[in-house]
Design a protein around this ligand. Structure first.
Ligand code: UD1
Ligand code: CA
Length: 457
């Protein structure tokens, strides 16, 4: 048996009013279709087939490489969409069908659906829920024994059927062979002139196959996103879920409503996250950290006991017990060690700064390797660019770079080299040497008095 998901994602999403296909719009930093793919895999699905149509070239570049793809060039209905994946549906497969625009469906719900389907040996099981207002949804029609009889679309339902409060989620489990055979029997003799996937239920039942309805979901999970307003509702629900899961794991979030943590971020326990923090992409934060207000951390790793305050960190790593900010900017490929201080208005790019070093204020450190126990004074600039090419500087362990100095790359400061404040360093500094590269001060005693008497003549 092979467990496969077929994910319907061929629709255009006209109401999004977007040049991008609907399913690649993001909820908490992840494309809707990828939420659906990830949750299916977490719940046990081995292979994923995505049905693509509108904007297929774009969607293809966003989904995992191992996804199988079936094209539906004309959207003739949900049944027709699944039919496009026929070659992937094998007799012994268990097939779960989902939609690419329902990003909120939960792993636990899918697992329970699969268990229900397998335990009862159904040929098809539809996931359902009961709602006060079923308008727009397909209705679940049960027989006198409460067994599933059929699903009727809103537009095809009679007055009696419309009253049914149990609705079709659009998520199903099928036995591969039964699904493939019933897809071949679908027609489009209905109010919308479409090939309905929902009709497979009646087809199977009429053949004497066992079909079931599992009322095991909430309406919130099934929310389909069709507009930007719904996208923002989904974002809000997902954000709350993500924040709550971190709190359950021991993270303090001061204000859940103003903390933006994307889906794949990991945070260790006893870390405190302040309002306005945005933790994005593939970010990992250690334990006992403080992520201060308005910090934005993207695709970066932060070690335990580190504090980040009102700073931006992108594609970088920061060690343990280090402080960053306020107002620091770590651009891509910054690699900051343990017990380091990156202070206010310090910008780092493509640079390593090893353990116990400090750049406390107002510096630019680009294309550099800074060793251990180095002090970078206030206002130091690593001059890395001559207008055409970038060059690298090296400052070795124990060196001291005085305030307001320029290191004109390529240049090396050897161990314990000492640079006098205000120097513009263009040549290497040997180990333990002092380099002074500025004009010597001239003092003219009594100069002001002389000037004043001249001016007053
Ligand atoms: C469908 C169900 C309905 C259920 C509802 C839950 C059918 C006939 N009806 O209705 O019972 O209550 O979902 O949300 O299945 N798609 C394609 N190709 C197509 C048609 C649709 O890829 O040819 C995709 C759409 O992009 C969408 C999904 O399938 O993501 C659902 O299609 P949609 O037309 O919205 O179905 P509903 O009318 O909502
Ligand atoms: Ca829909």
């Amino acid at each position: 048996m092979n467990f496969k998901a077929i994910i319907l994602a061929a629709g255009k999403g006209t109401r999004m009013k977007s040049k991008h296909p609907k399913v690649v719009h993001k909820v908490c930093g992840k494309e809707m279709v990828n939420h659906v793919i990830d949750v299916s895999k977490k719940s046990g699905v081995e292979d994923v087939v995505v049905i693509l149509g509108h904007g297929s070239e774009t969607v293809k570049t966003q989904i995992p490489q191992d996804s199988m793809i079936a094209m539906q060039t004309e959207q003739l209905g949900t049944g027709h969409a699944v039919l496009m994946a026929k070659e992937y549906i094998n007799d012994n497969d268990t097939i779960v069908v989902l939609c690419g625009d329902t990003p909120l469906v939960k792993e636990e719900t899918l697992k329970r659906l699969f268990d229900y389907h397998i335990e009862n040996q159904y040929h098809a099981t539809v996931l359902t829920t009961k709602v006060e207002n079923p308008t727009g949804y397909g209705r679940i029609i049960r027989d006198e024994n409460e067994d599933l009889l059929k699903i009727v679309e809103q537009k095809d339902a009679n007055e009696e059927e419309k009253k049914a409060k149990e609705i079709n989620s659009g998520i199903y489990c099928f036995d591969g062979k039964s699904l493939r055979e019933s897809l071949d029997l679908l027609d489009n003799n209905n109010a919308q002139g479409e090939y309905y996937l929902t009709d497979t239920i009646k087809i199977m039942r009429d053949k004497g196959q066992k079909v079931g309805a599992y009322n095991g979901s909430t309406i919130e999970e099934l929310m389909g996103v069709n507009s930007r307003v719904e996208l923002s509702k989904a974002e809000e629900i997902m954000r709350r879920r993500i924040n709550e899961s971190h709190m359950v794991n021991g993270v303090t979030i001061i204000d859940v409503n103003s903390t933006y943590i994307e889906s794949d971020v990991e945070i260790g326990n006893d870390t405190i996250v302040y309002p306005g923090a945005m933790l994005k992409g593939n970010t990992k934060i250690g334990s006992s950290c403080i992520i201060g207000m308005n910090s934005s951390i993207t695709n970066s790793t932060i070690g335990d006991y580190t504090e980040v305050e009102s700073s931006t960190i992108i594609d970088s790593t920061v060690g343990e017990n280090t402080t960053v900010g306020p107002y620091a900017y770590l651009r891509p490929k910054s690699n900051i060690g343990n017990n380091v201080k990156i202070g206010d208005f310090v910008e780092v790019k493509n640079a390593t700064i090893e353990d116990n070093s400090k750049a406390s204020h107002l510096s630019y450190i680009g294309d550099a390797h800074v060793g251990k126990n180095v002090n970078i004074g206030c206002g130091v600039v690593f001059v890395n660019y001559d207008g055409k090419n970038k060059f690298k500087s090296v400052v070795k362990d124990g060196a001291f770079v005085g305030s307001n100095s320029n290191l004109v790359a390529p240049v090396t400061v050897e161990e314990k080299g000492y640079i006098a404040t205000g120097s513009t360093i263009t040549d290497d500094v040997p180990q333990g040497a002092l380099a002074i590269a500025r004009q010597k001060q001239v003092v003219k005693t009594g100069w002001v008095e002389k000037k004043d008497s001249k001016d007053n003549k």
